[in-house]
Design a protein around this ligand. Structure first.
Ligand code: ADE
Ligand code: ZN
Ligand code: ZN
Length: 270
């Protein structure tokens, strides 16, 4: 193979195999989904089960990572490309005040994606297939917006460009927060959800003015958290884990509680 072609092929393989950096990993998304499912109203629960039946499952945890999984499905490449920017919002100022035209160009970010898909899910004139797909996006994106680095302010692709050492390996900070930190508990999603649920209802952070758009507040909270999570020495040591795992747990609990509230409103009777 000519050298340039070989280089192009190697580059393609490298990019294709690059770890997905689009979300809490499957563990975090399933925990959020499971926490929410346990706190659904009877009407919302029935409607969720009705939609999930199309996919032959009864568990939101099973579908919570689908918006990431389509990345690897040859038949879903158009949808993946279209929805790829919807997993995050980058603030471009450390004051963490959301400015839509700056932080969500053309409405393509997680802050605007959530109400978009909630509207489809709530609309009983839509097909069940469309509403199930919207449900998958709502479950996933309400998880993502609570992952602090999915709504940070540094121009480093949500910590993807910030290298750290974790468990003797080089890794980026984004991946530590998507999956590395949570994996240190050594629990599966059900046991993890049991553990968080046993602490009772998640206390919610105090309101941030102007109060008109809760989704904006969720992103602004994430942005504020990112002020404190960049280790200056680029090392994820035990002290870092002890300090930050409770922060990650709180975000999972808040996401689970808020997801349940959103679904309970979107899926009220009729
Ligand atoms: N790419 C750019 N910003 C990102 C973020 N905050 N999270 C994930 N991927 C990104
Ligand atoms: Zn995601
Ligand atoms: Zn991510």
């Amino acid at each position: 193979m000519p050298r340039l072609r070989r280089l192009a092929a190697a580059l393609f393989v490298t990019l294709a195999l690059a770890p997905a950096a689009e979300a809490w990993g499957p563990l975090g998304h399933s925990v959020v989904a499971e926490l929410a499912q346990r706190h659904l109203s009877p009407a919302a629960k029935a409607e969720v089960l009705h939609l999930l039946a199309l996919d032959h499952t009864q568990s939101l945890a099973d579908i919570a990572s689908w918006p990431d999984e389509i990345r690897n499905d040859p038949n879903q490449q158009a949808l993946w490309k279209e929805t790829r920017p919807l997993h995050y919002a980058d603030f471009h100022n450390p004051n963490c005040v959301y400015v839509a035209p700056r932080d969500c160009k053309d409405g393509k970010c997680v802050v605007e994606a959530i109400p978009h898909y909630v509207a489809i899910l709530s609309d009983r004139t839509q097909t069940d297939a469309a509403r199930l797909q919207a449900l998958k996006f709502v479950v996933h994106f309400i998880g993502d917006i609570h992952q602090p680095l999915h709504a940070g302010y540094r121009d480093d692709a949500g910590g993807n460009a910030y290298q750290v050492q974790f468990q003797g390996q080089g890794m980026n900070l984004h991946r530590v927060w998507d999956s590395g930190l949570l994996s240190t508990r050594g629990l599966g999603w059900k046991a993890y959800a049991d553990r968080l649920d046993a602490e009772g209802p998640a206390p919610l952070p105090p309101p941030i003015a102007p109060l008109d758009r809760p989704v904006v507040q969720w992103a602004e909270e994430s942005c504020q958290i990112t002020h404190d999570i960049y280790p200056a020495n680029h090392k994820i040591d035990q002290a870092y884990i002890d300090a930050e795992l409770p922060v990650a747990d709180s975000r999972l609990r808040e996401a689970g509680r808020r997801l349940a509230e959103v679904l309970n409103i979107a899926l009220q009777n009729g």
